[in-house]
Design a protein around this ligand. Sequence first.
Ligand code: ADP
Ligand code: MG
Length: 246
Amino acid sequence: MFELDNVTLRHGDRAAIDAVSLAFPTGSVSAVIGSSGSGKSTLLRLLLGLELPDVGEVRIDDVPLQASDVLAVRRRIGYVIQDGGLFPHLGVRDNLALLPHMLGWSDARIDERADFLASLTHFPSDALRRFPAELSGGQRQRVALMRALMLDPPALLLDEPFCALDPIVRHELQDELAEIFRSLDKTVVLVTHDVAEAAFLASRLILLRDGRVVQDGCVDDFMERPADPFVSQFIAAQRQLPGRTR
Ligand code: ADP
Ligand code: MG
């Protein structure tokens, strides 16, 4: 569904994404991992047309992406940014309604979809009336996810959706997200710096370093056939309980 063909994107004289070619087939769930600054968020922004490559081409369903496509793309791709990105002055329901409203959905249709997604994400439906500041971190991330799913887009891009959550809520949401991926059959690209989270949610891992793909494969490839010493180092750096192996 998504394809980057030899894409380079520079900020100043530094390449945030450096000669990357990747394809994300329809219905696949992929995780992009890597240290902070490795280019993960930039990769998602390129897939959404929020950044345009200096070199190479991004294609969605074989059609090259252009600056003028951004709005059309947003209807077809749900996007959850790193901190959720909810509008603080709007209640939950109105945050969810923004895009559908622009597309002319009736209030009844918006409410019906919001109720469905609240039950899908285990969000208490009486909290649809609250403001983001009146929610817990986990609830805010559920709203961000619901908002990304409002238009039932065929694809979902998630940028470190759980990074601000405590471990128990994070674990709960990971379980729910796995279930949602299974039941909704969407093309998903998830960004995380947590290898365990990536391996739990995605069948394919893509490790970035300095804007380049170091390894692209399943978790067994990473563990047993590391493409580069950095792969082993990155995996080993995920701290385990002292004296235990996973
Ligand atoms: P990640 O999401 O993996 O932490 P990013 O994709 O956000 O990494 O950033 C990749 C690199 O590009 C980093 O070195 C970052 O500092 C740089 N960068 C990102 N956005 C900008 C920008 N708007 N202007 C200049 N440099 C940027
Ligand atoms: Mg990022």
